[in-house]
Design a protein around this ligand. Structure first.
Ligand SMILES: NC(=O)c1ccc[n+]([C@@H]2O[C@H](COP(=O)([O-])OP(=O)(O)OC[C@H]3O[C@@H](n4cnc5c(N)ncnc54)[C@H](O)[C@@H]3O)[C@@H](O)[C@H]2O)c1
Length: 288
C-alpha cells in the first residue's frame, strides 16, 4: 500500500494513545477512519478534535462506534457500520488493549480471563470479522495487530500481559503465512513505552473495585510495578511519532514494528537462552 488517500481504516482503542494517534496520522493523509472504543466519554471528544483538524487540512473523515472488543457481536456490528459509512475497508487495526500485573497465585482468574478476552480474543474477533470482507473486495488491504515488545521479552510480575502479547505475536506470524498469497498483508506492532493511558487500563478489570491499591493492582508489588511502568510510559515516545513509524512500516510492507533501540538486545538474549537449552537437550538425547 503506497498511499492512504481514499482508503478506509477501522481502529479499536481509537479514543486514546496509539489508536488515537493512528487516527490522526491516517486522516491527515486522506484516509477515512471508523474509531471504535468502549469508552463513550473519551471517544466522542477525541473524534470531534480529529474531525476538526482533518477538515481544516482537507483530510479524511471520522465516524465513531461504541464497540467492546470482547463481544464478537459488537465487532461484527462495527464492521457493518464501517462498510455502511465508508464502503470497502482496507486497514484493520486490532489495537485495543489493557495491562494487568500481579504475583502468581494472587491474580483472580476473572482478571486473567478479562485480559485474555481483550488482548487476544479481541484481536481474533477483529480478524474473523474483517478478513472475509477484505478477501471479497480484493483491493490491497492490511491487518495490523497491536502486540508489544512484551510479546518478545518478559519481566517478572506481568505474566498476564506477557502471555497475551506473546500470543498476539504468534497469532500474527501464523496469520501472515495464511494470508501470504492474498490481497491482505499483516503487521504486528511491538512498541516499548509509548505515551498513553495504558497504565489506567487495569482499573477496568473485574475485581478492581475490591482493591485499594493504585490502578486496581491486586497487591503492593503489582502497584509498585504499575507506578514504575507509568513513569516509563509518561516519558516514552510520543504516540504520534510511533503512529508515523507504523504508517511508514505499512507502506514498506513490514511485518514487525519495533521502536526501542535499548530492547533489541533482549531478543538476542532470549534466543541465546532458548538455543542453549535446545542444544543441551539434543546432547542429552545423543547420550540416551
Ligand atoms: N503505551 C505503551 O507503552 C504500549 C507498549 C506496548 C504495547 N501497547 C499496546 O498498545 C495498545 C494501545 O494502548 P495504548 O498504550 O494506546 O493505551 P490507552 O489506554 O491510551 O488506549 C487504549 C484504548 O483501548 C480502549 N479499550 C480498552 N478496552 C477495550 C475494549 N474491551 N473494547 C474496546 N476498546 C477498549 C480504551 O478505552 C482506550 O481508549 C494496547 O494493545 C497496548 O497493550 C502499548
Amino acid at each position: 500500500m503506497q498511499t492512504f488517500e481514499n482508503t478506509t481504516a477501522f481502529i479499536t482503542g481509537a479514543a486514546s494513545g496509539i489508536g488515537l494517534a493512528l487516527t490522526r496520522a491516517l486522516t491527515a493523509r486522506g484516509a477515512n477512519v471508523m474509531m471504535a472504543d468502549i469508552n463513550r466519554l473519551t471517544l466522542e471528544p477525541a473524534a470531534e478534535q480529529v474531525q476538526a483538524a482533518s477538515q481544516a487540512s482537507g483530510g479524511g473523515s471520522v465516524q465513531t462506534c461504541l464497540c467492546d472488543v470482547i463481544k464478537p457481536d459488537d465487532v461484527s456490528a462495527a464492521m457493518a457500520a464501517t462498510q455502511a459509512a465508508f464502503g470497502n475497508i482496507h486497514l484493520v487495526f486490532n489495537n485495543a488493549g489493557v495491562g494487568l500485573a500481579g504475583k502468581p497465585g494472587n491474580i483472580p482468574l476473572q482478571d486473567w480471563q478479562w485480559i485474555t478476552d481483550i488482548n487476544l480474543m479481541g484481536v481474533v474477533y477483529g480478524v474473523e470479522s474483517f478478513v472475509p470482507h477484505m478477501l471479497a473486495h480484493g483491493e490491497p488491504s492490511r491487518i495490523i495487530n497491536t502486540a508489544s515488545m512484551a510479546g518478545h521479552m518478559t519481566m517478572g510480575g506481568m505474566a498476564p500481559y506477557h502471555a497475551t502479547k506473546f500470543a498476539v505475536v504468534g497469532y500474527s506470524e501464523s496469520l501472515a503465512q495464511e494470508l501470504a498469497k492474498t490481497n491482505i498483508g499483516v503487521s504486528v506492532l511491538c512498541p516499548t513505552w509509548v505515551k498513553s493511558n495504558i497504565y489506567n487500563g487495569a482499573a477496568g478489570r473485574p475485581t478492581a473495585q475490591n482493591k485499594s491499591t493504585p490502578a486496581g493492582a491486586p497487591d503492593e508489588a503489582a502497584a509498585a510495578l504499575y507506578n514504575m511502568t507509568k513513569g516509563l510510559v509518561d516519558n516514552g515516545m510520543s504516540a504520534q511519532t510511533y503512529a508515523e513509524l507504523v504508517l511508514k512500516s505499512i507502506q514498506a510492507s513490514r511485518f514487525y514494528v519495533f521502536n526501542d533501540p535499548d530492547a533489541r538486545a533482549a531478543i538476542d538474549m532470549r534466543r541465546a537462552a532458548i538455543l542453549k537449552d535446545y542444544d543441551a537437550c539434543l546432547a542429552d538425547l545423543e547420550e540416551m
